[in-house]
Design a protein. Structure first.
Length: 96
């Protein structure tokens, strides 16, 4: 569980990154979850964009993906959301 200070720190980092995944009408597939898991292991923090043709809300998707990959939900703004998970091997981000 992230504290307010840690969440603010991660938001500041995520401000400068671009979304690396998009979720469309196909929703969340097993292959998509594997890719997100792999990206979290190498980057620790990622931004995902939910396209307008998706059938689910951004917050619902963020919570579901976070649960499936064991990550922490950081923030949702509009149709984008940010998730974080500490890397087991390639730790880059030092939380305050």
């Amino acid at each position: 569980m992230l504290t307010g200070k840690q969440r603010s720190f991660l938001k500041a980092i995520a401000n400068s990154i671009e979304p690396i995944f998009q979720i469309g009408k196909n929703g969340i597939t097993d292959n998509f979850i594997k890719q997100v898991d792999s990206a979290l292991e190498s980057r620790e923090i990622i931004k995902i964009k939910v396209l307008n043709n998706s059938f689910l809300e951004t917050d619902e998707m963020a919570k579901k993906i976070s649960e499936l990959v064991g990550a922490e939900f950081v923030q949702s703004i509009g149709n984008k959301f940010i998730i974080y998970r500490e890397s087991k091997e390639k730790k880059k981000i030092e939380l305050p």
